[in-house]
Write a protein that binds this ligand. Structure first.
Ligand code: SAM
Length: 350
């Protein structure tokens, strides 16, 4: 059980390896990371027993940037028939689990395998329950079975409250027909990711105001309006008429990097495709000067050294807020709806 398996967007295996290696070195967990480009996963192989468990205990999954899901465990070879018997045998050394997810990697092969998983899940669930290996209990570890093929599975464990919110870290969000652009799902996913559901009523309330920098045609503004907020949409491009008709949106054709609100607002969101350092500087100004309380901003990734660059920008933000003596919570994640970018969420706490 000494492998930590981490799912990611295909092409970002190197970033996951860099991120995990840095954390493992800091936590003094010996081992090495490997990830085949395009495979949509990476592994951290711990060289001391208990290493993967120690890593998972010490790290908050939500604080990791590139991994979409994680589990500690080992690979098991499966026969062509009676796979369940082999799995039950292997699971004898695992703790009783509180939930079960069957997962695949986010590749074309993975998509094909997901049909097999759908068929396999019900009989497996039944057999595990009957054998007392699976009970409904959120405090017990989640059993994550990641199929690499019909003949090979990673038998993994993760705490339900310290792993992905959705199987494979892929949210199943429905595209709202009235939304002006598909990128609306990105902001919706960000809210699921960064704001606990039970806090939506207070932190995304209809008594709030928001600013959307780079708003056209209005996918992100749509999400703010959907929560009943009054929104200032900044963009030289046009806004969808349906949004303007709500009476909740003021559209200003000005530069998002220089415009500032006369009164502080509750939310600032920014989807302008620019150099990441420029967008990070916006965060520093808006949160640092108290122009907004919370912000969601996209950071476009450079071609190389993507993890190193994101870490550098986040550290710079931390230093800037420390110098101003203000407390800010900073989170950053490559969301499922992000491509060559990551999404940052900042919340001013003092
Ligand atoms: N979030 C939008 C949505 O959901 O519909 C899509 C935004 S699009 C990716 C980026 C937008 O940023 C473009 O409409 C572009 O006009 C705008 N933009 C680029 N530079 C800008 C600037 N300096 N100030 C304001 N908007 C800018």
């Amino acid at each position: 059980m000494n492998t930590l398996l981490l799912h990611c967007r295909p092409g970002f295996e190197g970033e996951v390896c860099a991120e995990l290696s840095e954390h493992a070195a800091r936590l003094e967990v010996p081992g090495y990371a490997k990830g085949k480009p395009g495979s949509a996963y990476a592994e951290f192989i711990c060289s001391e027993s208990g290493g993967s468990e120690r890593l998972m205990h010490a790290l908050h999954f939500d604080r990791l940037i590139f991994p979409r899901q994680w589990a500690r465990g080992e690979y098991v070879q499966l026969p062509e028939t009676d796979r369940i018997a082999v799995l039950l045998e292997q699971l004898a050394s695992y703790p009783v689990c509180g939930s079960l997810w069957l997962e695949v990697f986010d590749t074309n092969d993975g998509k094909e395998l997901s049909n097999f998983c759908k068929k396999f899940e019900a009989p497996l669930r039944k057999a595990l329950s009957k054998a007392g290996r699976l009970v409904e209990d959120a405090s017990k570890p989640r059993l994550l079975l990641t199929f690499r093929s019909g003949r090979e599975v990673f038998l993994g464990l993760a705490a339900a409250n310290n792993s992905a919110l959705w199987p494979m870290g892929i949210p199943r969000l429905k595209f709202p027909r009235e939304a002006p652009s598909r990128s609306t799902l990105k902001l919706e996913e960000a809210w699921h990711q960064f704001i606990p559901r039970e806090q939506w009523e207070t932190r995304l309330s209809d008594e709030m105001t928001g600013v959307d920098l780079g708003a056209s045609p209005g996918g992100w503004t749509y999400q703010l309006v959907r929560r009943g907020m009054l929104v200032t949409a900044i963009d030289n491009g046009p806004m969808a008429e349906s949004l303007m008709d709500t009476g909740l949106v003021q559209h200003l054709m000005v530069d998002g990097f220089t415009w500032k609100p006369k009164q502080p607002v509750d939310w600032m969101v920014c989807d302008i495709v620019e150099k990441p350092a420029r967008n990070a500087a916006l965060l520093e100004t808006w949160i640092g000067e108290g122009l907004c309380r919370e912000a969601v901003v996209n950071l476009k990734l450079p071609m190389k050294q993507r993890y190193a660059e994101v870490r550098r920008l986040l550290l710079r933000l931390e230093d800037a807020f420390a110098a101003r003596k203000i407390k800010v919570s900073i989170a950053c994640k490559q969301l499922y709806h992000d491509r060559e970018e990551v999404t940052c969420h900042l919340r001013r706490l003092s």
